[in-house]
Design a protein around this ligand. Sequence first.
Ligand code: PMP
Length: 392
Amino acid sequence: MDAERLIAARARGVDASAIRRVFNLARTLKDPINLSIGQPDFPVPEPIRAAAKLAIDEGHNGYTVTQGIERLRARIAAHLNADLGWTIGEGADEPALLVTSGTSGALTLAAMALLDPGDEIVFGDPYFPLYPAMGVFNGAKPVMVDTHPDFRLTRARVSLALTDRTKAVLLNTPGNPTGAVASHDDCKGLLDLCRERGVLLISDEIYDEFTFEEGRTERSPGGAMRMPSPARQPGSWRNMLLVRGFGKTYGVTGWRLGYAAGPRAIIEQMAKIQQFTFVNAPSVAQWGCAAALDVDMAPMVAEFQARRDLVLASLRDVTEIEVPHGAFYAYPHVPPGMTGQSFAEACLARNVLLLPGAAFSGRDEHVRISFAAPRDRLAAGLEVLRELFTGS
Ligand code: PMP
């Protein structure tokens, strides 16, 4: 059998080589300073671990209902109410909620529910690598809007990219790989534009808790200082799909848990597809994370902000670097004459692992530094990077 002949265009159409090349090279290193990882390095808070263990012992090991267990749904609903003023409910005039297998699960279901062959989905470049795949997997066209050099997805930039085939605009704030946090005006402008054009705004807010002081410019109905979001606009849920997750915030990326909230007609289609594919988000993760939203992660976020400051202190005077206001990534420009790939390879030769811009962008002019690494490792890695940036 010629297995290659059998492979579908949707699989061929996605290229993961930039990341794979780095990880293949990394396997040859003994104890690399790993600044490539997209997950927190802190231990999972005890109440979350305890709730998951208890769930196993109490026999919550079978299927759950597709939409997610009631305890978790109620906790998410209360959180969205305090944070955004949204009232999740069963009524026709209320936003609906679906618990999903990771944030990726929510985004994948949304793409399957929305995109037909020939449709278009619009997002900023640089982007999280799943975004182009969301289009390609469904025969739809990923339309990338250049956001260099400030990495802002603005109404003005997006409006030029909309056509009558556009189904959705995808915002990621705080952003991977740049750490950029959308401003109030950017969020409002995008939601207004999507409303006017009758397309869905999808807001991937997986890093929402990892917003640093400068990014926390809005007061939630519950009184907390939070990042701007299109979901803070009155009645926003009618025109947007909010996607958030538990993996990054609580250090449980392997548990695969996220959720989507928004218009009932879309959530119901996503739930139907989930029923036949993922079936339900992992049961034990759902029980564990029902305890998560009561855990205060502020000390962890403060630690990440301090690490962000370390990155800036080391690199700001030697390269062009936007100040990340959230997530745990910095995205500096590489020196003239180098590509992201060649710079990442030079780092590898010095035992430091990071990802080239090619993994996140049509341009390969940057590298992504993850500062989700212990301070001593981060400091050692930054020393090497600084030398490479200054050519010493
Ligand atoms: N969106 C963004 C912007 C991400 O960075 C990631 C994970 N790196 C995801 C979605 C997927 O997260 P999850 O592990 O919850 O599927």
